[in-house]
Design a binder for this molecule. Structure first.
Ligand code: ATP
Ligand code: MG
Length: 482
């Protein structure tokens, strides 16, 4: 990714959370940026954030030219996002120019009005909402061209004022090709509403940005709490490791170990349930562990047993490392954690390892029940099993695996335990059957480098998964796309 100041271009932060990371540090100062999209896609919220943060965080005054919303509507809509423009206007740092009622006759004077406002305020940022409405006031293409060149030469180049031109694309129209403005713009950003798994997805695409190679051009965004862009998922180092803080369970639910995930699930994982977590092939181990590990930490932190059948690609040492990362002691691990390993001659014996021969399904199944019973009896509490389905399929085949998991689903309800079943792609039939058996079905997938999590059972919105290391261990941060 880029670092600020890597190139010679003087940039100004966009004021949009997450955007600067994918456009090389910010908008080139004094550039002309087109922001295009269908109605209701978030263009006004984007522009308001650009101006508000510009004034409050970067000391750059701003002017908003509106052909659509009047002052009161704009002020009150934007208050919902914590933007108090009224106050900024009172102290002369912001100006709202209402041109809703401007008529065609006034067209020639409009540019003069805008220029006067910009220079009176001493603005370094200008938004025209929308350029489409402004252009409509002129009949001839050459007039629009003159307007554009006036903005370019006098506002952006001469005054160094970074300018956002909003372009309204009619519904169903996702391309920018409408006229001439895209040829003179320094940057073009398109906002889109789309769908993934029949759920709302918001996407931003950077078509061009002066001085920025556009190899990472698309990103997911949300309007939750403001306009927030999600750069591609980044693992974060844990600066100061500390012990996992247990999360309380409720009468009906085991906590997933993560307050965000509990909230998304409407409480947590039901007691006595089987949870299916379906993992797409582009998802890394670290990424799905953000969802699957905290529940195991939470069980151990409550003095309960955890039995793990590692998924392919995860060995005992990684499971053990995760336990250390939760800050647990050797004693806790020896008494509460059990990891399935393959039996082989000379295998090292550790209290937390359980060796299975993997030859006879019934024999292994009995063994598995014994381990579980032992954990339950010693702790007097429910136990958690985390099962990598691909491992079972590799050893016993599809048929035996499905029947084993059917047993598990029945038992887990009887004894009030929790089973987390991890399923990688490649077994569509197994997915269907397990989805029908499971009480909760989550799916983890990826789009434009962002990791997305959503509930199939119960049905939820799409959530963007980020890594939160603020507590001293890796936790999921989940933000809904709304
Ligand atoms: N408080 C809020 N929190 C999150 N999202 C909101 C909030 N209020 C409105 N929205 C969403 O913001 C969207 C409208 O955003 P915005 O006004 O920026 O769009 P726009 O592209 O400017 O639309 P238009 O073309 O009509 O001007 C709506 O789709 C609505 O779902
Ligand atoms: Mg708008």
């Amino acid at each position: 990714m880029f670092e600020m100041g890597r190139d010679d271009i003087d940039r100004t932060p966009s004021g949009i959370e997450g955007l600067d990371e994918i456009i090389g540090g910010g908008f080139p100062r004094g550039s002309l940026i087109i922001l295009a999209g269908n109605p209701g896609v978030g263009k006004t919220i984007f522009s308001a954030s650009f101006l508000y943060r510009g004034i409050v965080d970067y000391g750059e005054r701003g002017v908003y030219v509106s052909f659509a919303e009047n002052r009161e509507a704009f002020f009150s809509n934007m208050r919902a996002f914590g933007f108090n423009f009224e106050e900024l206007e009172k102290v002369g740092k912001f100006r709202f120019l209402d041109l809703i009622t401007a008529r065609e006759e006034a067209a020639p004077a409009i540019m003069e009005t805008i220029l006067r406002e910009v220079s009176e305020v001493g603005a370094r940022r200008l938004v025209i909402d929308s350029f489409s409405a402004l252009a409509q006031m002129f009949k001839e293409t050459h007039e629009v061209r003159i307007i554009l060149h006036t903005i370019l030469s006098r506002v952006t180049r001469l005054l160094g004022c970074t300018t956002l031109l909003i372009v309204e694309n009619p519904y169903g129209e996702n391309r920018i090709g409408f006229g001439i403005e895209e040829f003179v713009a320094d940057g073009i950003i398109l906002l889109r509403r789309s769908r993934l798994a029949d759920r709302l997805l918001r996407e931003l695409e950077v078509f061009k940005m002066r001085g920025t190679p556009t190899y990472e051009t698309q990103a997911v965004f949300t309007l939750k709490g403001g306009f927030k862009v999600f750069p591609p998922f980044k693992p974060k180092p844990i600066e100061k490791p500390s012990r996992f803080q247990p999360q309380p369970d409720t009468e009906l639910f085991f906590s997933s170990g993560s307050p965000d995930l509990d909230k998304m699930l409407g409480g947590g994982y039901p007691r006595g349930s089987m949870v299916l977590i379906e993992i797409d092939e582009q998802i890394t181990t670290l990424q799905y562990h953000l969802i699957a590990v905290p529940v195991a930490w939470n069980f151990i932190a409550h003095g309960r047993g955890v039995f793990v059948v590692p998924s392919a690609g995860v060995d005992q040492s990684l499971v053990l490392r995760r336990a250390w990362e939760g800050g647990f002691t050797k004693d806790e691990i020896n008494s509460l954690l059990r990891i399935r390993v393959k039996d082989y001659p000379g295998i090292k014996s550790e209290p937390y390892l359980v060796a299975f021969r993997g030859e006879n399904f019934s024999e292994d199944y009995m063994r598995y029940m014994e381990v579980e019973r032992d954990l339950r009896e010693r702790t007097g509490q429910p136990t958690l099993s985390v099962i990598g389905v691909d491992t079972l399929i590799n050893i016993y085949g599809v048929k035996e695996t499905i029947s084993a998991l059917r047993f598990c689903a029945t038992r887990v309800r009887e004894v009030g335990d929790l089973d987390i079943v991890l399923l990688k792609p490649g077994y569509p039939r197994v997915t269907k059957i397990l989805s029908a058996i499971a009480d909760i079905h989550l799916r983890i997938t990826r789009e434009h480098g962002s990791v997305l999590v959503y509930g199939i059972k119960p049905r939820t919105n799409l959530y963007v998964l980020e890594m939160d290391v603020s507590r001293g261990y890796a936790m999921p941060k989940l933000t809904p796309i709304i």
